[in-house]
Ligand binder design. Structure first.
Ligand code: G6Q
Length: 547
């Protein structure tokens, strides 16, 4: 159906509209319309998404929704949920939604209902996580397994590490979780230094079970365990999460101790699957299932709500507007909740690996920008670092502010101060402070004319910087599920509009392959070094330093 997306009438209309909107100040729109906040916000249960602090008016939304319709967003949503092979470059269905399909309605892939196998693995996860938590599955020497080490990288790491941190308050007191992802030996060494092999359970998480980082780290950990407790201890201290039973076996883990998932689960969409085992052990399977329920609530909302009232769709459209029509290519994610401090890193992979693509579904190089540059960190920490650029840089940077109304740690007035900060930041970024206002303020504070003239520009704020504010009641497992699913669907809708495949990741392959070529060249006796002059010189320089 598509042709080139930026040639569509709906796209062209938005381009024309953007020329006018670029001249409009948000602060004026707020002054002119006191219903703006309610017009430009949506709610699902207790979650409120306020996108009124964006450079949009009612027309903008009408035009964006038209773009979504002509790009077939409604049809594509149904196609994803019903198991169509929308990952067209790999010919795979995309069914992370089936993993949290708590209604258990059948979902078919190649005419086979996948729900029974999903339920079977969930039951196995419950049995195992409870056995570990309650000391029934114990270590080789009879001790309780209290130190859980997830060995995985990318999608097999970022979800579990983010979610166990986000749900730390729900963690069993006697369970500690550790994550080894980086091939850097330091990652392994620093974790192993803290551990006792008798109480350690290693979870080797790898969809393909071929990832060099994970297998190297797993081998090192295996040797560490075998050196301490002997070969027979492996079965009591190692489990695997994978789609590849043959490779798991080859590595030396009994497939009895393997938790399966499937090709229809993408790596960065896999924390709802067996990849979440470390989460389930840490916070308990009931809480893990609550997380699935929260995601399912968002799935139902996304699947059944019309585009104009659909939270992920609206967030996606606002993102497209900012990126493609206002030219704002960055997106900061700033949770005001210490437990969500790893969410920006998680969303960085979700968004940039999914939508950092340059070839369209029509097998053409795209002629418009796709994925945004995602970065962020926990508020208020980042207010004291990169926020300077948000407030006074030369290009606006849209922000997603995320804040729970209630903290898990209501100490004194900490949380009120935190809330005051997030709301003030969003307001300040929207309103700014003109040079004239700044001059008046300085004069009022007693500065003479010379001092006012010297400072008024430096101390002014351009404002008009877009932001969304997402408010939840509390970051519990259910809410975390809703939040993550909301972003997953936002990313999906953007991919549909940009006409790209959000579910492959060929971009990470080239460097991996070239690393394998360089590896033998780092050896002392390497016969030749065949690279550009920079790479070759760098190899020689490093080799020299390592002598
Ligand atoms: C995610 C990517 C990628 C993947 C890692 C680990 O969507 O596919 O981040 O998760 O490369 O892969 P394995 O799980 O196969 O080890």
């Amino acid at each position: 159906m598509t042709g080139t997306v930026n040639k569509l009438r709906a796209w062209k209309r938005l381009e024309r509209h953007a020329k006018k909107m670029k001249k409009i100040e948000m602060r004026d729109m707020f002054e002119q319309d006191n219903k703006r906040a309610s017009k430009f916000s949506l709610q699902l249960e207790s979650m409120l998404v306020d996108f009124s602090k964006n450079r949009v008016n009612e027309k903008t939304l009408v035009y964006l929704l038209e773009l979504a319709r002509v790009r077939g967003v409604e049809e594509k949503i149904q196609a994803m949920f019903s198991g169509e092979k929308i990952n067209f470059t790999e010919n795979r269905a995309v069914l992370h939604t089936a993993l949290r399909n708590r209604d258990n309605t059948p979902v078919y892939v190649d005419s086979k209902n996948v729900m029974p196998q999903i339920n079977e693995v969930l039951a196995k996860m419950r049995k195992f996580s409870e056995a570990v938590r309650f000391g029934k599955f114990i270590g080789y020497t009879g001790k309780k397994l209290t130190d859980i080490v997830n060995i995985g990288i990318g999608g097999s790491d970022l979800g579990p590490v983010m979610a166990t941190e986000a749900l730390k308050k729900y963690k069993a007191k006697d369970i500690n979780t550790y994550f080894i992802s980086n091939i850097d030996g330091t990652a392994c060494a620093e974790v192993l230094n803290k551990l006792n092999p008798e109480t350690t359970l290693f979870i080797v998480a790898s969809k393909t079970f071929t990832t060099i980082e994970t297998l190297t780290n797993a081998k090192t950990c295996r040797k560490w365990l075998v050196d301490a407790l002997g070969e027979h201890a492996v079965a009591k201290h190692f489990v695997a999460l994978s789609t590849n039973a043959a490779k798991v076996k080859e590595f030396g883990i009994d497939t009895e101790n393997m938790f399966e998932f499937w090709d229809f689960v993408g790596g960065r969409y896999s924390m709802w699957s067996a990849i979440g085992l470390s989460i389930a052990i840490a916070v308990g399977m009931d809480n893990f299932e609550k997380m699935l329920e929260g995601a399912h609530t968002m799935d139902l909302h996304f699947r059944h709500t019309d585009l104009a009232h659909n939270i992920p769709v609206m967030l996606a459209l606002i993102g497209i507007w900012n990126n493609n029509f206002l030219g704002l290519r960055s997106q900061a994610i700033v949770p005001y909740d210490q437990y969500l401090r790893l969410l920006p890193a998680y969303l960085q992979q979700l968004e940039m690996e999914s939508n950092g693509k340059f070839v369209s579904a029509d097998n053409e190089f795209v002629k418009y920008d796709t994925g945004n540059v995602i970065f962020g960190g926990a508020g208020t920490d980042v207010q004291h670092s990169f926020f300077q650029m948000l407030h006074q840089g030369t290009t606006p940077i849209p922000v997603d502010f995320i804040i729970p109304a209630i903290s898990h740690n209501e100490i004194g007035d900490h949380h009120e101060i935190l809330i005051a900060n997030v709301l003030a930041q969003a307001e300040a970024l929207m309103k700014g402070k003109t040079v004239k206002e700044t001059a008046e303020e300085l004069a009022k504070a007693g500065k003479d004319k010379e001092a006012v003239d010297a400072l008024k520009k430096y101390k002014s704020f351009p404002g008009n910087n877009p932001s969304n504010t997402i408010i939840c009641k509390k970051i519990d497992p259910y809410t975390l599920g809703m939040l993550v699913a909301m972003y997953e669907h936002k990313v999906f809708v953007q991919g549909v509009i940009w006409n790209i495949n959000s579910f492959d990741q060929f971009g990470v392959e080239l460097g991996k392959k070239m690393a394998l070529d360089i590896l033998p060249e780092l050896q002392e006796n390497a016969s030749s070094i065949n690279h550009d002059s920079s790479t070759a010189a760098l190899i020689r320089y490093i080799k020299n330093l390592r002598k």
